[in-house]
Design a protein around this ligand. Structure first.
Ligand SMILES: Cc1cc2nc3c(=O)[nH]c(=O)nc-3n(C[C@H](O)[C@H](O)[C@H](O)COP(=O)(O)OP(=O)(O)OC[C@H]3O[C@@H](n4cnc5c(N)ncnc54)[C@H](O)[C@@H]3O)c2cc1C
Length: 271
């Protein structure tokens, strides 16, 4: 099978909402490469693949034979050898996501044979507390890190701060709530930006990531506000959230890690 052919199969499709899916992909006749949690794969489909019913029509027809490739962070554990899992949001006008959303269990797609990326938990020292801040599907690499490397009951504290528009957009919520209930060193704080759309009143955090950071909600659980001397912050997802958080954190002495230049803030931009 050449690398230009669709070489993998959808083994699970979980609809979190009509605009968010969890997709499990199994290589067909080849072995998944080793990877480090936080890394990403590329997925692709040809222009001839059908588009999802809730997407916008394409203005210009794409080459039916050419593969449309995009990067997706791996959400599954690096210990899992059978499948790789992805958490994907629909870009209604996009080229690839409307085609990925139209996939059913058993459908074929292209999966890269290399999983690159430098967004890794090992960028932070072992004894630092960790804050994983994400908007939307920016949660994906953290799910892989938690599922692979999290030590429940360890002295290292880990917090997941997850921002979304609505409560029903908070993917992996049940898994994260369970982790929080079972592990005293794990904190999960979701925040939603559109509480007026909720079917029943939302009693959790409201607003955006910077507001959550400054609200003191995490400080209350940890007993103190995280400092650059004891905590590393990971940011993933929407570039606007990342820029806002980098600015807020810089005022508190957190510095961005840039290539080999060490820092206490680690970033992955999705676009
Ligand atoms: C390293 C890396 C990891 C990524 N991991 C994920 C992931 O785990 N899950 C995921 O859903 N996407 C992820 N992305 C984004 C993904 O690669 C695509 O850009 C996205 O799915 C849109 O593809 P498309 O062909 O449908 O849209 P395109 O036709 O390529 O349109 C691109 C435009 O869509 C918008 N856009 C892109 N991504 C998003 C998004 N997540 N939410 C809202 N708007 C967006 C931006 O305006 C962007 O300019 C990742 C990107 C990178 C670089």
């Amino acid at each position: 099978m050449s690398d230009k052919e669709v070489n993998a199969v959808v083994s699970q499709r979980i609809e979190v909402s009509p605009y968010l899916i969890i997709l499990r992909v199994v290589p067909d006749g080849w072995e998944l490469p080793d990877f480090t949690p936080g890394q990403f794969a590329a997925l692709a489909l040809p222009g001839s693949a059908p588009r999802y019913r809730f997407s916008d029509p394409e203005e210009e027809a794409l080459d039916p034979d050419k593969l449309i490739k995009r990067a997706y962070s791996i959400a599954s554990s690096s210990v899992e050898r059978e499948y790789v899992e992805f958490y994907i949001t629909l870009v209604r006008s996009g080229a690839l996501t409307p085609r990925l959303f139209a996939l059913e269990i058993g459908d074929r797609l292209w999966l890269s044979r290399k999983f690159p990326g430098t967004f890794k938990l090992s960028e932070a020292p072992d004894d630092a507390n960790i804050v994983f801040a994400a908007t939307g599907t920016g949660l994906a690499p953290y799910m892989s890190m938690l599922r692979s490397d999290f030590e429940c009951g360890d002295s290292r504290r880990i917090a997941v701060l997850h921002g979304a528009s609505h409560s029903w957009d908070l993917g992996y919520r049940a898994e994260l709530i369970t982790m929080q209930r079972l592990c005293r060193n794990f904190t999960y704080i979701p925040i939603i930006s559109r509480p007026d759309d909720e079917p029943t009143s939302w009693t959790g955090q409201v607003g955006h990531m910077q507001e959550l950071w400054s609200s003191g909600a995490l400080d209350k659980v940890w007993g103190a506000h995280p400092k650059p001397s004891d905590t590393h912050i990971f940011l993933c997802g929407n570039p606007l959230m990342i820029e806002g958080m980098v600015e807020t954190l810089a005022k508190e002495g957190f510095t961005e890690q840039i290539r080999k230049e060490p820092g206490t803030v680690h970033l992955e931009r999705f676009w």
